[in-house]
Design a protein around this ligand. Structure first.
Ligand SMILES: [Zn+2]
Ligand SMILES: [Zn+2]
Length: 298
């Protein structure tokens, strides 16, 4: 596998560097850091569990890493953390002539006067989740787990409760799958509070020793100019072309119009500006928790 050389070269150096810089973590959490790339399957292969904060984050910034772990013989589980409610997205889909994507919109004649409720959940959550399930299938994950948590991270008064809920759910998975590695969004870089809340949950569980082998994918790296996306990453995954084909197939699930199957290209109407550069960049960007990590809503 093309990444194994890189892994072997960097694993030792990275863990030492991380130990020196890891003031924010307990010694136990630091000592338990594993190698940076996908580790080889052991006799009783523990799963690698990827936590996608919303529908589409796994396609944008995790699919290559998921495929890397699968190729290394690891079972891979994909968690959808939040329900992904989005009232603005419902309003956008209720406009006839597509204002956002115009001629690139996948709807027939780029027209969608859907007349959906704008509570953010009714049509949006099941349709976004249908896209997510199709994407998970395209990537070929072994199991999908839906935390089904209302996305309350955006409100400062409920942010803490959301972190508590994610923490409890991850903790129960850690108990169920001892030895699992856990892959979160690098929420301190991703700006959105839901992603940051996932990092906060990871931070807590690393510090109390519940989870040990933990990495963070920078989902929103593709907002940066091409040459700056790797800045600060511990490990840049160069996605092999066969895996990139599958990653692109997962991205297409978010730009498919087929109302009979509940597909309304919602991912594209929500984050085309990330999906498109992710489609064109065969890299993903993996981080360890920074030594100066600060939990809390940003
Ligand atoms: Zn997200
Ligand atoms: Zn449209």
């Amino acid at each position: 596998m093309s990444t194994s050389t890189h892994k072997n070269r960097t694993a030792e150096g990275m863990s030492r560097r991380h130990v020196l810089a890891a003031g924010a973590l307990t010694a136990a959490a630091v000592a338990a850091q594993g190698s940076l790339g996908a580790s080889r399957a052991s006799a009783a292969a523990a799963p690698a569990i990827f936590y996608s904060p919303h529908q589409d984050d796994e396609a944008i910034g995790m699919a290559g890493s998921i495929l890397e772990h699968k190729a290394a013989g690891r079972p891979v589980y994909l968690v959808l953390v939040s329900r992904g409610e989005n009232d603005g997205l419902a309003r956008r889909m209720n406009v006839g002539a597509c204002e956002l994507l115009r001629e690139r919109c996948a709807a027939p004649n780029h027209w969608h006067d859907l007349n959906w409720p704008t509570d953010g959940a009714s049509m949006i959550v099941p349709a976004r989740t249908a896209e997510f399930m199709a994407s998970a299938k395209a990537i070929g994950v072994d199991k999908v787990i839906n935390f089904d948590l209302p996305d309350s991270a955006h409100d400062p008064s409920t942010y803490g409760k959301f972190v508590d809920a994610v923490t409890a759910k991850v903790k129960s998975l850690a108990r169920k799958y001892p030895g699992a590695s856990h892959k979160f969004a690098a929420g301190w870089l991703d700006v959105t509070p839901t992603h940051k809340a996932c990092s906060d949950a990871a931070y807590r569980l690393m510090n109390d020793g519940t989870i040990r082998d933990v990495r963070f994918n920078h989902i929103y790296a593709y907002d940066r100019p091409y040459g700056e996306r790797a800045r600060g990453a511990s490990y840049v995954l160069n996605i092999p072309s066969a895996h990139m084909t599958r990653k692109r197939n997962s991205i297409y699930c978010y730009n498919t119009w087929n109302p009979d199957r509940n597909f309304y290209a919602l991912g594209y109407h929500s984050a085309y500006e990330k999906l498109e550069p992710a489609h064109g960049d065969p890299r993903e960007f993996i981080y360890t928790l920074p030594s100066n990590y600060r939990p809390g809503k940003m």
